[in-house]
Write a new protein. Sequence first.
Length: 205
Amino acid sequence: MLPLMRIRPAGQPIRLPDWSIAFGRHAKLEVDLGCGRGHYAFARAQARPDRNVVAIETRIKWVGLLRQRAKKQGVLNLRAIRCDASMDLPLLFDKASVEGFSIFHPDPWWKKRHRKRRLVRPELVDQWAQMLTPGGWIFVQTDVPDLAEEAREVLSACAKLEALDATDFKREVLDGLGSHREHKCQQFGIPVRAMAFARKPDPAP
Ligand SMILES: C[S@@+](CC[C@H](N)C(=O)[O-])C[C@H]1O[C@@H](n2cnc3c(N)ncnc32)[C@H](O)[C@@H]1O
């Protein structure tokens, strides 16, 4: 897949999308990274019509199916985009413009030499933290214990973030909604680990 960056003519300044135009209204923006089939993003958009939800996924088939489903069911506050969350977010979202990022069950990239591809890594967490509005949030959930440990370390090390109680956060802010993988884990009795972090206020100048 071509990263978005490569199709920008050389020397042209980056023009970020205006999401209020894309959605036809101003609303808080939430972004689900690696949405897969989009169960969570779809349910979230339905449950919170006051939010604009962007679902990001590399697999074009699932992006297409999610778009079709949203169109068929008249869910107007959801957009699905095929792109690489590890490269393309700076071309999509401005600083201090995103209310929340969710990442349900990111790919574990088991092999040691592939671990650098894991989504929850320091430079990306820093990027997401900069894109968050004050008080904005990052929610990560996984059923892979060592990935959970690593993700918690990386998120905790970001000076712009502070940890929240993930159980309360999921119930109160995410309305207890879950993803396809989460439902599979529940079905097979596989424990999941969740973590939630909020953007700290900027220090006074
Ligand atoms: C294990 S699946 C989980 C899907 C969904 N979030 C869930 O919980 O059911 C991980 C998903 O992340 C997508 N993915 C992995 N790396 C990605 C990236 N860099 N950018 C966007 N999507 C990515 C994969 O294609 C896959 O659909």
